[in-house]
Design a protein around this ligand. Structure first.
Ligand code: UDP
Length: 331
């Protein structure tokens, strides 16, 4: 067992619940703070403690930090639907930026030493160059990306002023599910491609829309860097070890595999895995979608011992499908 407890906000959600598994499997004690608005209590591994609260609830968060001996925060809680952030920006600035501010203040007040933040490639907006390095201009094109970038900026300033260091991990397209079947993407109203394709493959929807066939890519459909959620979770555990080993340093790192697949390549992979053909409806572009978004992941590879273990599109699809079938059985 490691010395100290990690507080995971949003630990009942998709990525957070996988981080909880990775931390527990690595021997950490874990306490989850989640308001269960989009998360599920059953998604939190029984070895972790679950506190149902908002992260702005300073009394509860600070009591939890002190009572549980929290040495680090992993912060996943927040709102994640990009189009909703355009129609309701204040919700995103409240749930992502203002709530993060309160959480960071609680961490500083309670002497928490390390903070790992769930950031996003949306902080880059439409990249000028692909693959995208961490030094690329940060020009978010929606309030979601801006709300996350603002939190990165707060962390930078706070780490310069207080004895806390941080790691901001900028995720590319997260997909798949725990290979042992302990968690997966369970949120209703999915918008992400691999989740949608998994729903189509399990009969929850009739077809998959292909949004845009005239992008500047090899087959005309959008290219993304899909990363298996279990690899992403492992990066957080390694980042925590780094923050502990080097308390004077903070880091910002892309999380991706450094290679992209088009929408059609993803759907082909689903067809290969299921041995069936999903119906594809060719449609117009969604607003604001870049042609290609692929990580330059040289920094994370140089900084952490982290190496991808599930960097295979069919594996990602297979794990996503297995979870989708489990959800269907659950009803
Ligand atoms: N996409 C699609 N059909 C869908 C959902 C997504 O063609 O039903 C495309 C989308 O235009 C993009 C890629 O799949 O090129 C990944 O989109 P997703 O929403 O999964 O993630 P994003 O990259 O927008 O964060």
């Amino acid at each position: 067992m490691r010395d100290g407890t990690v507080l995971v906000t949003g630990g009942a959600g998709y990525i957070g619940s996988h981080a909880v598994l990775a931390l527990l499997d690595a021997g950490w004690k874990v306490v989850v703070v989640d308001n269960l608005v989009t998360g599920f209590d059953w998604a939190v591994d029984k070895r972790a403690k679950l506190v149902v609260a908002n992260i702005e609830d300073e009394a509860t968060v600070r009591r939890t930090m002190r009572d549980e001996g929290v040495i680090a925060v992993m912060h996943f809680a927040g709102s994640v639907v990009v189009p909703e952030s355009v129609s309701d920006p204040l919700k995103y600035y409240r749930n992502n930026t203002v709530a993060s501010r309160a959480l960071i203040e609680s961490a500083v007040a309670c002497g928490v030493k390390h903070f790992i933040f769930s950031s996003t490639a949306a902080t880059y907006g439409i990249p000028e160059q692909v693959p995208v390095s961490e030094e690329s201009p940060k020009q978010p094109i929606n309030p979601y990306g801006m709300s996350k970038l603002m939190t990165e900026i707060m962390l930078k300033d706070v780490a310069a002023a207080h004895p806390i260091n941080y790691c901001a991990l900028r995720y590319f397209n997260v997909a798949g599910a725990d290979p042992q079947g302990r968690s997966g993407q369970s949120t209703a109203g999915a918008t992400h491609l691999i989740k949608i394709a998994a729903e189509a493959a399990t009969g929850k929807r009739a077809a998959v829309s292909v949004f845009g066939t005239d992008f500047a890519t090899a087959d005309g459909t959008g290219v993304r860097d899909y990363i298996h959620v279990t690899d992403l979770a492992a990066a957080h555990v390694d980042a925590l070890d780094l923050l502990i080993a080097r308390p004077e340093e903070s880091h910002t790192m892309n999380c991706g595999y450094g290679r992209g697949f088009s929408v059609l390549q993803v759907l082909d992979a689903v067809d290969r895995v299921t041995n069936r053909t999903i119906e594809r409806k060719l449609e117009g572009r969604r607003a604001g979608d870049p042609d290609a978004l692929v990580a330059d992941n040289s920094r994370i590879l140089a900084t952490l011992p982290w190496r991808p273990k599930h960097d295979d599109l069919e594996t990602i699809v297979k794990d996503a499908l297995a979870w989708e079938r489990k959800l269907a059985e659950r009803g």
